[in-house]
Ligand binder design. Structure first.
Ligand code: TTP
Ligand code: MG
Ligand code: MG
Length: 451
């Protein structure tokens, strides 16, 4: 006998054998899965000798390149007949002695940590902290450079494992996803724990990486729950658990309450989600505005009915860089111009690789006093061309104040569309892109210049 069930949320029919009627009714079960110390864990696959040591990821590649060169020379002496190919390099990485890795204590520069292993986090270092500040807390930590390509590769891999088991998955970035467990076999058992365990094991077997999963009635609670037992954790939350598991938490744990909103809540004496839940809906709407107030009220009671969206398309792609030293738009014009061009080329390459075109081109600047501005412009025709992006981004830069020195420059392409959907509408030059938008022609007479 087969049992068919249609999820009220996803509208999807599921069909699976069910000889006896299900003892309890199907309830909405949404999982949030987040990889543990993702960039660092991917690096540890390459350097297993660093397992359980404090490791932080950030900064340039020079240090590993140096250690690898020593091994290459050694290999050439020991076994000159063997080729120094990718496999040999990969094997050599595992043999780099721990002492050969760069230490945080030796770092000078302005890079920040992307992530740290759990062993390093015990010293208080973590994402977004300056490397030099982190060096004071944990000088012995090993410093590895970032390798986005590798992280993207593992990101694709773990997501493909998930969709083989549970097809309704929403991609939320490099290391996390939402999954609708409601109608997946095992998704209801023990509140979702059985399926969560299965997915964790499948990912570990295929990649060597661990993750944490929260399963709850909705995305909001699932996202919170995935952090409850990190790393390698599974947390199951039901609606009835909100007062005990959610209300004691700080308001910042609600995904969507940022530092500014948190600050404002604190000014009203609201520190925890429970304190937020005590507030009257009308008071919240009067104080924070209709929409935000209503959302805060619902969120504090653990309510959220956003669907799991399977086809998530990026809204924009961007690249940015923090300079080794602050640069001035006029005095360091050549250097800045070269970086600017490279960023545009990188964004164009990202677009082309992913098959997107965009028509809003923007820049982001951060000055030496940490203040920042963004500028963008939207043109009529989509593009993925580096030169076009460079010229239009140049227009944006021209509109930004450039008296102060710059510490960061970013280029962004937004209003994206799939290239395949728009065969005839792609600009091959800035002139074409801007012309069709009706902009003044002199605006684009900037070829190859910074401005
Ligand atoms: P997170 O999932 O926030 O962190 P994590 O996976 O490193 O650790 P956790 O076990 O707590 O989930 O971010 C995923 C990756 O995104 C992280 O490995 C590195 C990158 N990242 C940054 O580059 N900068 C940041 O500020 C943060 C928070 C993450
Ligand atoms: Mg993570
Ligand atoms: Mg994450």
């Amino acid at each position: 006998m087969a049992w068919r069930h249609r999820s009220p949320i996803t509208g999807v029919w599921a069909c699976y054998p069910c000889p006896v009627p299900s003892p309890s009714p199907t309830i909405r079960r949404i999982a949030h899965l987040d990889m543990d110390a993702f960039y660092a864990s991917v690096e540890l696959l390459r350097y297993p000798q660093l397992k359980d040591l404090p490791v932080v990821i950030g900064g340039g590649r020079a240090n590993v390149a140096a250690a690898l060169e020593v091994l290459r020379q050694q290999a050439a002496e020991d076994a000159p007949e063997l080729e120094w190919d990718a496999a040999a390099q990969r094997a050599a990485l595992r043999r780099i002695p721990i002492d050969a890795f760069a230490r945080l204590a030796d770092y000078t520069g302005r890079g920040v940590i992307t992530t740290a292993t759990y062993a390093a986090r015990q010293f208080g270092v973590g994402s977004a902290m300056g490397l030099m500040k982190a060096a004071k807390l944990c000088p012995q930590a090993i410093l590895l450079p970032v390798d986005f390509e590798e992280y993207r590769r593992y990101s694709r891999l773990f997501k493909s494992i998930i969709t083989e088991i549970a097809p309704l998955m929403e991609d939320r970035g490099v290391d996390e996803v939402y999954i609708d467990f409601t109608d997946v076999p095992g998704g209801q058992r023990e509140g979702g724990r059985v399926l969560a365990r299965l997915i964790q094991k499948a990912i570990l077997d295929a990649t060597g990486l661990t993750c944490s999963v929260g399963v709850a009635p909705n995305k909001l609670l699932a996202k919170m729950a995935s952090e409850f037992n990190k790393p390698r954790g599974i947390s199951i939350v039901f609606e009835a658990d909100v007062p005990t598991k959610v209300w004691p938490l700080a308001c910042r744990k609600i995904n969507g309450i940022g530092p500014k909103a948190d600050e404002k809540l604190k000014r009203f004496g609201i520190e925890t989600i429970g304190q937020l839940a005590e507030r009257d809906l009308q008071w919240l709407m009067d104080t924070f505005g209709q929409r935000t107030g209503a959302w805060l009220h619902a969120a504090s009671h653990g309510q959220d009915d956003r669907p799991v969206v399977t086809e998530s398309e990026p809204v924009s792609l961007s690249r940015e860089t923090t300079f080794e030293r602050d640069l001035h738009a006029v005095r360091d014009r050549a250097e800045l111009g070269a970086v600017f061009t490279r960023l545009c080329e990188q964004v164009a390459a990202d677009l082309q690789r992913k098959g997107y075109v965009g028509k809003t081109i923007g820049i982001k600047l951060r000055y030496d006093d940490f203040s920042g501005v963004t500028r963008d412009l939207t043109v009529e025709q989509y593009t993925d061309d580096a030169k076009t992006i460079r010229q239009l981004a140049g227009q944006c830069l021209k509109r930004a104040p450039l008296q102060k020195k710059l510490r960061l420059l970013g280029v962004r392409v937004g209003a994206l569309a799939n290239r395949a959907d728009l065969p005839g509408l792609i600009a091959k030059s800035a002139l074409q892109a801007v012309d069709s938008a009706g902009a003044a022609p002199e605006l684009i007479a900037v070829n190859g210049e910074l401005f």
